[in-house]
Design a protein around this ligand. Structure first.
Ligand code: GLU
Length: 309
């Protein structure tokens, strides 16, 4: 990826791989407001640590629901707030081997979720960020606005309300953890912040820029330190092992990069020290990962050889 010709070749290869698959997969409909998203949309963007931005697809600038991709950013904020070591007493760092919203493992593991990339783990992180800042969703929004350079980035209220109405499973997870004492703030407050966080909309171009602090070993766009290099590396490790639902092994094999996906169809991937890549297609496979975004990332690593392996 030395010059613009190389970047053009990478973007062409991505489109070539994805084109005939656009529209495949199933749009998430357990959050009713997400069910209406057009399955034929696709976008891809790459942001380099040197400040260049490249994108392809008709919808690289279309905003989509971030959903679980926010889990990476809230974890970064908690680790920045020096409570990282405390939060790790309430959430583990192992792949779960179960669905992202599964209850049964949580019960027999005493309310301590397997990792912060699944819903119960993210609820613990949100609880911690709420204690640290008094406004977890606000802290996340401020970070995203600053890193994308767009002060207007915000939650989609219709999606947030839809999540609240259909969120009994998350309520069950949160109350179960509260019964074990691993959630400390009032459950309705934690859930309100969590739902608003998941409902933030962002485009591929914006997401690639927002995640660059992970490629820059913890440095924000203004040069300040969000995370130490060690903590940035640790978040990437959690993304690689736990960031793509119950398909992290498959992603390590096919893509070979730390990734985080969301049921909105977006995936953020990081090439440490080099760039971030964001891909979006609303159709999900049976594990909950976007079909076209996964193909795009696979094409990206095939063509560039950029991988942590
Ligand atoms: N807001 C979604 C939920 O809690 C996030 C799921 C996801 O993207 O993995 O169910």
């Amino acid at each position: 990826m030395e010059d613009s010709h190389d970047h053009t070749g990478v973007l062409d290869a991505v489109m070539e791989r994805v084109r005939s698959h656009i529209g495949e997969g199933r749009v998430a409909d357990y959050i009713p407001e997400l069910a209406g998203v057009d399955p034929d949309e696709f976008g891809f963007a790459m942001a380099t640590v040197d400040g260049d931005l490249y994108s392809v697809g008709d919808h690289a600038r279309t905003r989509f629901s971030m959903q679980s991709i926010t889990k990476v950013f809230t974890l970064a904020l908690v680790m920045h707030g020096h409570s990282g070591s405390d939060v790790w007493k309430r959430v583990h760092r192992e792949p779960s081997g179960n669905a992202f919203n599964s209850l049964h493992q949580l019960e027999f593991e005493n309310g301590v979720p397997r990792n912060p990339m699944i819903n119960p783990g993210a609820l613990i992180v949100t609880d911690q960020l709420l204690s640290d800042t008094g406004d977890s969703a606000g802290a996340l929004q401020d970070l995203l606005c600053a890193e994308t350079g767009d002060p207007g980035l915000h939650a989609d209220n219709l999606v947030a309300e839809s999540e609240t109405r259909s969120g009994d499973r998350n309520r069950a997870l949160a109350y179960l953890m509260a019964s074990f004492g691993t959630i400390r703030n009032p459950v309705p407050e934690v859930l309100d912040h969590y739902f608003r966080q998941c409902s933030i909309t962002i485009s591929c171009e914006e997401l690639a820029r927002a995640g660059l602090f992970l490629a820059r070993r913890g440095r924000r766009s203004d040069g300040s330190e969000l995370l130490s290099p060690s903590d940035a590396r640790r978040i990437l490790a959690v993304m690689l092992t736990c960031g793509t639902y119950d398909a992290a092994g498959e992603f390590a094999y096919r893509v070979g990069l730390p990734c985080k996906s969301g049921v909105g169809g977006g995936i953020l991937a990081v090439v440490p020290g080099v760039c971030t890549v964001a891909a979006w297609g609303p159709g999900l496979d049976e594990k909950g990962n976007s079909v076209t975004a996964a193909l795009a990332l696979e094409a990206f690593t095939d063509v560039t050889g950029c991988s942590v392996f």
